[in-house]
Design a binder for this molecule. Structure first.
Ligand code: GDG
Length: 731
């Protein structure tokens, strides 16, 4: 059982409905999965529930005061939205763009749709409300696709907060997700959380794939490290409030209602569909499957009744109005073709019903037909099972609903295969009692064990665990105060040697070698540093001499090319080769690299005087890494007797003559530089660690980025390095 925490629950919609009755404000609880599941957690905690209360414009100021008092008593915090915000953020972006995209229904996205700006603004509004109600130690649990930027926005302002995010809808495969123009913002937003929950492992894997393909962020099965923070990914299949469904199922009034529904069917078997009237729920094809069944054998016409409860949903969105017409026309057509004077095969109800009536329908059904074309979980399927305390009834379930990952004893169908569904309906209607009971009892075991309370408890427990392991603080950037102290120390050094790596340290990491020449600001900065008294600036790079000459030729820097194989001591000095190496092996290795380049789109070869590298930064990340592993092992065998080092770099394999390392550069500098001297080295990559290792203990090593490093100081990126160096140059 979960411990009480101060819990801030954040959902787009509050779990309440505000009504006016004879001028007085009434607040009633909404029923429904998420609301029920979280209400217990909310009541046990001392926190608050934040969300949109619906339109309050019609309330007078006295009624508004009354409402505020009632909400405060329940620790409910309304996040109010204007009519235009609701239209753009909720109907426009969340339900108009994100909803169809995440359900793979791309042709449902209106052409020219955007409303992104309002989505961002409303997410910021929610973040403000969270920050205002946050106390140290609170757990924050944010829900669903309407609020995907909120975790990141809160993280910026509350770096220590424990934030959980749960996505109730599918996370699509990266090829679909990448269609969204704001995909990176959305990923960064979600990554603000410490724990990200999904209904199924497949959604979790899609999310991890999107991180890799779109942000280049590698993650293990259940975690990723983002900005030095560990973010957990987890699967938490949501359940239903089994106890309340079982209670209703055993209620004599509900049972009498179920009997009446059966009597009304006059011996016909009942097929049941219960859905919000949403195009993801697969209603049109389900109707066609019923039609196909009726066509297949005329005797079915007198033997079945299909009850479809279609609950009005998102009625203000045009797409939904059109969809409703499509469904109702199909119903009319089928009933016209197969009805008789006394009855029609499809009973279509466009309305919502009470929870009692809903359970009566679940109990009356011979087969429950749940065939969404895509659905995050689908609670209706589980509610049907929870209500069948009699151990009877057949569940026909779409394999594209998250629930199918758990409910293997259902009859699984492909919702796009109308004939297949018709055949499965026939099978459900003719299944013998023993098989029905065996399947249902197995389903019940699973649904009863993993109910809504357990779901909420497991998520919150995992969120607390995140706090226990704490972020990887050691990998965080060094505090500004310590960096200032360091700057002062370097400023006052009797003699200063700066060793500066180029790619990833002074400029961002380029996608291909040679793409990021120094900008004028960087040239000015390096010139200013070189002009400092008693300061020598060494620029260290894996690049070719020609490139460094072109970029830094006339400047007073010491240039090291090809990781130290070549040195040029000053603007008027020639290049010197620092080690005698053979490069005959390059011609042996080149064909192998060329073969991998041909079979790995986006990869390329970089050739230098005595070394060669294979880069795959622009290739597909997974395929590129796989090819790199493969190539690495091929090279290992082919080159084992040669004086060559095979160095695996970030997105590259570098082959260079034996004995050429950045550590050697440090050794050479130490041999010639007069004492006392302070050496400060800046680098971001694995080979810079060689440099750091070779430094005497009195020196300074600064790692750029978030990787593991021997360095005593850390800066987040090349911009921070430049700012630090500018402070040094400007004294
Ligand atoms: C989203 C995801 C995921 C329906 N009609 C009536 C009624 N309902 C209740 C059902 C059920 C709920 O509405 C619908 O839940 P679903 O899970 O089926 O679908 P979405 O609304 O699309 O929910 C979904 C869910 O979030 C939770 O994470 O499973 O995949 O799309 O509880 O009972 N309730 C009453 N009368 C009705 O007429 N009382």
């Amino acid at each position: 059982m979960s411990r009480p925490d101060r819990l801030l629950i954040v959902s787009n919609r509050l779990p309440i409905t505000v009504r006016l009755e004879e001028g007085s404000v009434q607040v009633s609880h909404s029923s429904g999965g998420v609301a029920t599941g979280l209400r217990g957690c909310h009541e046990r905690s001392e926190g608050a529930w934040l969300g949109w209360p619906g339109d309050l414009a019609r309330l007078s100021s006295a009624q508004r005061t009354e409402l505020d008092r009632k909400l405060a008593a329940q620790r409910i915090v309304p996040v109010e939205l204007s009519a235009s915000e609701v239209r753009r953020y909720y109907e426009g972006f969340s339900n108009g763009v994100l909803w169809p995209l995440f359900h793979y229904l791309l042709d449902r996205i209106p052409v020219g749709a955007s409303d992104w700006d309002t989505y961002r603004e409303v997410n910021a509004k929610f973040a403000d409300a969270i920050v205002a109600h946050y106390r140290p130690g609170s757990l924050v649990w944010i829900h669903d696709y309407q609020l995907m930027l909120v975790p990141g926005l809160v993280r910026e302002r509350l770096p220590e907060a424990r934030i959980g995010f749960f996505l109730h809808i599918p996370f699509p495969a990266p090829d679909v997700f990448r269609i969204l123009p704001w995909r990176e913002d959305i990923l960064h937003g979600i990554l603000g959380a410490d724990l990200i929950g999904f209904h199924t492992f497949s959604y979790q894997r899609h999310f991890a794939d999107a991180l890799l393909h779109l942000l280049g962020l590698e993650s293990s099965v259940d975690r990723a490290v983002v900005g030095g923070r560990e973010v957990r990914l987890g699967v938490f299949p949501m359940g239903v409030d089994v106890e309340s469904f079982e209670k209703l199922a055993s209620d004599p009034g509900v049972q009498a209602d179920a009997d009446a529904i059966r009597r009304d069917a006059a011996g016909r078997q009942i097929l049941l569909g219960v859905d919000r009237l949403d195009y993801t729920k697969g209603i049109p094809r389900r109707l066609l499957a019923v039609e196909r069944l009726l066509e297949s054998d005329p005797s079915w016409r007198d033997r079945i009744r299909f009850i479809q409860l279609a609950v009005p949903s998102r009625t203000k969105i045009e797409m939904y109005q059109g969809f409703r017409r499509e469904v109702e026309e199909t119903v009319g057509r089928i009933n016209g073709a197969f009805g008789t004077v006394g009855s029609v095969p499809i009973h279509y109800l466009y309305r919502s019903v009470s929870p009692r009536r809903l359970v009566a329908l679940y109990r009356a059904a011979d087969a429950m037909v749940v065939t969404p074309v895509r659905d995050g979980m689908n609670l209706v399927a589980k509610e049907f099972v929870a209500s069948r305390t009699d151990g009877d009834g057949v569940l026909v379930l779409s394999e594209l609903a998250g629930a199918s990952a758990e409910l293997g004893e259902a009859l699984l169908v492909n919702p796009y295969d109308v004939s297949g569904m018709a055949a499965t309906l026939r099978r459900a209607l003719t299944m013998d009692a023993t098989e029905r009971t065996t399947r249902m009892l197995n389903l019940r075991e699973r649904v009863v064990a993993q109910d809504i309370h357990r779901w909420a408890g497991q998520f919150l427990e995992a969120l607390r665990q995140c706090a226990a392991v704490a972020p990887a603080r050691a990998l965080r950037p060094t505090s500004p105060e310590r960096m200032e102290d360091l700057q002062a120390r370097l400023r006052h050094a009797t003699r200063l040697v700066l060793l500066l790596d180029y790619d990833g340290t002074l400029v961002a990491m380029p996608s291909a070698p040679g793409l990021l020449p120094p900008d004028p600001d960087l040239i000015d900065l390096l010139a200013a540093l070189a002009a400092r008294p008693k300061t020598t600036v060494h620029l260290v790079s894996g690049r070719r001499r020609e490139t460094l000459d072109r970029w830094f030729g006339p400047m007073g820097l010491v240039l090291w090319a090809e990781h130290g194989l070549w040195r040029r001591a000053g603007a008027d000095q020639p290049w010197e080769q620092m080690a005698s190496v053979s490069s005959e092996w390059v011609s042996r290795v080149r064909p192998m690299l060329e073969q991998y380049t041909r079979s790995t789109p986006g990869s390329l070869i970089e050739e230098r005087s005595a070394s060669i590298a294979w880069h795959h930064r622009m290739a597909d990340p997974e395929y590129g890494s796989m090819q790199a592993r493969d190539l690495r092992s091929v090279l290992g065998q082919a080159m084992s007797n040669m004086p060559v080092e095979i160095v695996e770099e970030n997105k590259a394999i570098d082959l260079r003559p034996h004995g050429v390392t950045r550590g050697r550069i440090v050794e050479r500098i130490l041999k010639s530089v007069p004492r006392p001297v302070t050496i400060a080295a800046f680098g971001n990559d694995r080979e810079d660690e060689d440099m750091f290792r070779a430094l005497p203990s009195s020196s300074v090593a600064v790692h750029v980025g978030r990787a593991a490093s021997k360095a005593g100081y850390r800066l987040p990126d090349h911009l921070a390095v430049r700012a630090f160096l500018a402070g040094l140059a400007g004294d």
